[in-house]
Structure formats: structure tokens, C-alpha cells
Design a protein around this ligand. Structure first.
Ligand code: ADP
Ligand code: MG
Length: 265
């Protein structure tokens, strides 16, 4: 479903701020793989997701989604294959539009149809049914402006929108990190339900090692622009946070004392 072959990305090449963020990174995801991604700050996790989404072109290598070479495709064209949820709840939804208008836009992803009030009225039942599943009472607020929602409500809605058209690949970048613990838990449960029920292929970056171990069928650890650990199936199930810390220490030479990962043990 996703094939990344030897991609390289350097930011600010040739300046004092030059940073090699991805160093010959390769990754192959099978359909239905639900992969958690961990690694210290600056490891290249977001850069990998941005490379897949086409935020900027990579310097070297190839990216294939469902067998199609998208390496040269601009971001807006790749968006037809992808669902994305970022850390910031302000991203991903249109604040000045209503809940149903946001959902209607998500439903029209990849097509050029405009929002006609009549069509939307017919789709209301679908929206209501979808929103009921979130368990946040949003089904009673179809016309409320999204800007009035809490961060958690907005993130749950973004998730719903990102998965509405069954993307070939769902990219989640610390999408619960900005939420309070209880809301984060709820949004994470929803994520797990949506990905497993629809059999989505997903990459989920998290700084919570316990979540990384218990969610999904595969875990990868990144360090310094590379994947340094890739584990799946039974082996993943039996991992402990201490195992991950050890791997992490080996790779980073023990320089992780201040890392956020330590705080989420
Ligand atoms: N747009 C950018 N411009 C310059 N440097 C960047 C940019 N994006 C990421 N970087 C750098 O690339 C490295 C990897 O960043 P990132 O992928 O955001 O790390 P992570 O998500 O694992 O914390 C960091 O050193 C970061 O500062
Ligand atoms: Mg990041």
C-alpha cells in the first residue's frame, strides 16, 4: 500500500542551518498495516509524513502509494489518496464553516462539486449517524461553526473527515498530544476503532510508548532520519517500555534523558 524507497531530505542545504532530516529511509507497508511511529524530537517522524504527503519534494528516492509512483505529484494531488490528522486541532477543519459543511467538503474530497444546500440536506442523515459514533453530542449541532468546538471535539471531527472516504493511507502526527489526557484517550480509542473496523493502512506518530506498543500491528522507531527498529506481530505484543528505552538508548548513545519520550512512560 505504501512503498518508500531510499528517500533523502535535507533542509537548508548549503547553509549553516543545513539539516539532513531523512537519510536513505525505506519503508514498506502492507494493506491494513497499522503502524505506530516513535522516536526522539527531531528524529524525522514528521518529515517522513510530510514527504509522503508531498508537502515539498524529496531530494532522492521514490514514494509509491498503492503501486502508483507519487514522488513527483504535488501535495493537492496526493491528498486524494490520503487522510491526515495533525497535532494542532486548529488544522484540518474550517473554523468558520459549520460541522455539516466540513463533513460535506470531506465527502467531496477529490471531486470538484460545490456545496449545494439541497444535496447537503439529503446527506444529513449520514452525517448524523457518523457523528453519533463519536459520542460527543455533535449530531445535535450540525450547523454549529467548527470554531466553537473544543480541541478534542475538533480533533475527533478531523479524524472522521480524514477517514470518511476510506483513504489509501491515514497519516496521524501526534494527533492527541495537544489534548487533555481524558480527551486524548477518547480520541485514541476512536482512532483505533476507525482504523481497525475499516481496515485502513495507517501511520501513527506518538510519543507515548505504551500506546505505541498496544495499538496497531507494527511499531517502528526512528532516530536521526532513519528507521532503527521495526517490529510486528507477536514480538510487538510482548514488548515493554523498558525494551524500547533500551533500543532508544543504544541508538542515541544514551542522550535521551531530556526527551519527551521519557515523560510518557
Ligand atoms: N521545514 C523545515 N525546515 C527546516 N528544518 C526542518 C523542517 N522540518 C523539519 N526540519 C528539521 O528536520 C529534523 C527532523 O524534524 P521532524 O521530522 O519535525 O522531527 P520529529 O517529528 O521526529 O520530532 C529536525 O532537525 C527539524 O528541525
Ligand atoms: Mg514531529
Amino acid at each position: 500500500m505504501l512503498e518508500i524507497k531510499q528517500i533523502e531530505k535535507t533542509f537548508n542545504a548549503g547553509t549553516v542551518n543545513e539539516k539532513k532530516a531523512l537519510k536513505g529511509l525505506s519503508l514498506h507497508l502492507k494493506e491494513g498495516d497499522f503502524v505506530t511511529v516513535i522516536g526522539g524530537n527531531g528524529a524525522g517522524k514528521s518529515t517522513m509524513l510530510n514527504a509522503i504527503a508531498g508537502v515539498w519534494p524529496v531530494d532522492e528516492g521514490q514514494i509509491l502509494i498503492d503501486g502508483k509512483d507519487v514522488t513527483k505529484l504535488p501535495e493537492y494531488k496526493r491528498a486524494a489518496f490520503l487522510g491526515r490528522v495533525f497535532q494542532d486541532p486548529m488544522n484540518g477543519t474550517a473554523a468558520t464553516m459549520g460541522i455539516e459543511e466540513n463533513l460535506a467538503l470531506a465527502l467531496r474530497r477529490g471531486s470538484h462539486r460545490t456545496l449545494k444546500p439541497g444535496i447537503m440536506k439529503n446527506e444529513r442523515k449520514l452525517y448524523r449517524d457518523l457523528l453519533v459514533r463519536l459520542g460527543l453530542g455533535l449530531e445535535e449541532r450540525l450547523t454549529s461553526k467548527v470554531g466553537l468546538l473544543s480541541g478534542g471535539q475538533r480533533q475527533a471531527l478531523t479524524l472522521l473527515m480524514a477517514t470518511l472516504k476510506k483513504p489509501k493511507l491515514l497519516l496521524l502526527d501526534e494527533h492527541t498530544a495537544a489534548l487533555d489526557p481524558q480527551t486524548a484517550r477518547k480520541v485514541l480509542e476512536l482512532t483505533n476503532e476507525m482504523v481497525t473496523e475499516q481496515g485502513l493502512t495507517a501511520l501513527m506518530v506518538t510519543h507515548n510508548m505504551n500506546d505505541a506498543i498496544h495499538i496497531g500491528n507494527r511499531l517502528i522507531m526512528m532516530n536521526d532520519g532513519q528507521i532503527i527498529y521495526d517490529v510486528s506481530g507477536e514480538e510487538k505484543k510482548h514488548l515493554t517500555v523498558d525494551d524500547l528505552l533500551k533500543k532508544f538508548a543504544e541508538a542515541s548513545g544514551g542522550q535521551f534523558a531530556n526527551d519527551r519520550m521519557m515523560l510518557s512512560k
